[in-house]
Ligand binder design. Structure first.
Ligand SMILES: *Cc1c(COP(=O)(O)O)cnc(C)c1O
Length: 428
């Protein structure tokens, strides 16, 4: 007998985690808009609270609509389990809360979403979690940053503000030599383009707000457990390897084995810190994921055409898109993201700061805003907006120099996207 073939990515995007509702036959996942769930009896309640049985208690700890999203993203990423939370930032926070003790360090790539850089540099100080920065273009900086206090390495697969593909496997090897897990923020790639667990990652986080949801309508985050890191053998992660007083001495990494990390994020992080995902938002993200493969491919195809067009434009100084032949990251793009290099990238205007300000005001179809990963094409000129408070030198270091414009290419007809850019550039 031959093994049944595992379902393909598009099939999982539609079906993973979801069955017709047993009570009503509803085919789309119902929105279980409820705070809490009735117990069968006191023993049932006690077994749920003691983690001896799985089930619904209260929607801050989990909800059936959110559970479908969790199972689906875990399936798409090839992980063992997932946890849905209120936002991408909440996902990063709960991961670190599970891994780090006060005084611990983690190493992070310098090329990250600006909000993550702030979270790591400033908010984490309150917990005495210490970030050390490394440069994904120079892997020796990751090696050099490792110390006895290092507990994790954090990177983005396709890095903000676009245009950077990171050598995930090489950094996973460094993490594993140091005895720590590699966390990959896979927001910009989504599992359609890159599945970090296939390249050595141990934990994946998402801002589902972006391409997973894909329609710019809901903030959400997901943590995915890769299931391979041995927390018990390591012994350096007390949340997973030491008895938990609030769960009658249970050792989470032992009891829950290869999905212990996801459980620890839920029962220690989500329960006590509280950033719950609303079932309505989970429903919106689930609906978005059903078309993820179609959308991501079109996002990438459109982005490549726009990047090629801008490269030929007389007012454009440079375009940074790894899908372009000759781009610095084209080799890594072909290796890690062969279906396309994502939808977010930057380019430089010969006219500098003033040309950037003029361009965003002259664009008509592009929306001027600070999000990415929408069906709509989006634009921002970081130096005059998100990065305005930084010095000129800090702006340039962050890839947000005066001439830099960032685009998130949407799903409109590519001719219309290009025409809007051409008209705005002509008037700028
Ligand atoms: C937006 C974003 C985040 C933060 O996600 P929120 O859902 O806005 O909290 C984290 N990482 C990356 C790469 C992002 O683009």
């Amino acid at each position: 007998m031959t093994e049944p073939k595992a379902p393909g990515f598009s099939t999982l995007a539609i079906h993973a985690g979801a069955a017709p509702d047993p009570a009503t036959g509803a085919r789309a996942t119902p929105i279980y808009q409820t705070t809490s769930f009735v117990f069968d009896d006191v023993d049932h309640a006690a077994s749920l609270f003691g983690l001896q049985a799985f089930g619904n208690i209260y929607s801050r700890l989990g909800n059936p609509t959110c559970a479908v999203l969790e199972e689906r993203v875990a399936a798409l990423e090839g992980g063992t389990a997932a946890l849905g939370v209120a936002s991408g930032h909440a996902a990063e926070f709960l991961v670190m809360h599970t891994l780090l003790q006060p005084g611990d360090e983690f190493i992070a790539s310098k090329k990250l979403y600006g909000g993550s850089i702030n979270q790591f540099n400033h908010s984490y100080k309150n917990f005495d979690w210490r970030v050390k920065w490394a440069d994904p273009d120079d892997l020796s900086t990751f090696e050099a940053a490792v110390s006895e206090k290092t507990k994790a390495i954090f990177i983005e697969s396709i890095a903000n503000p676009g245009g950077v593909i990171v050598d995930i496997q090489a950094i996973a090897d460094i993490a594993h030599r140091a005895g720590v897990p590699l966390i990959v923020d896979n927001t910009m790639a989504t599992p359609y383009l890159i599945r970090p667990f296939e390249h050595g990652a141990d934990i994946v986080v998402h801002s589902a707000t972006k391409f997973l949801g894909g329609h710019g309508n809901s903030v959400a985050g997901v943590i995915v457990d890769g299931g391979r890191f041995d927390w018990i053998k390591s012994g350096r992660y007390p949340m997973l390897s030491k008895p938990r007083p609030e769960y009658n001495g249970m050792v989470l990494g032992e009891t829950f084995g290869n999905f212990g990390f996801a459980i620890a994020c839920r029962v220690l992080g989500l329960r006590d810190l509280g950033p719950a995902l609303s079932p309505f938002n989970a429903f919106m993200i689930l609906t978005g994921i059903e078309t993820l493969p179609l959308r991501m491919q079109r996002h990438c195809d459109n982005a490549l055409k726009v990047a090629q067009h801008l490269q030929r434009h007389p007012k454009v100084a440079w375009v940074s898109y790894p899908g372009l032949e000759g781009d610095k990251y084209n080799g890594l793009a072909k290796r890690y993201s062969p279906k396309g290099a994502g939808a977010v990238f930057t380019f430089g205007l010969k006219g500098g700061y003033d040309a950037g300000v003029a361009l965003v005001s002259n664009l008509k179809m592009f929306s001027h805003l600070a999000n990415i990963g929408d069906t709509r094409s989006l634009v921002i000129h970081p130096a005059s907006t998100t990065h305005r408070q930084l010095t000129a030198e800090q702006q340039t270091q962050a890839g947000a120099g005066p001439e830099v414009v960032r685009l998130s290419i949407g799903l409109e007809d590519v001719e219309d996207i290009i025409a809007d850019l051409d008209e705005a550039l002509a008037a700028s």
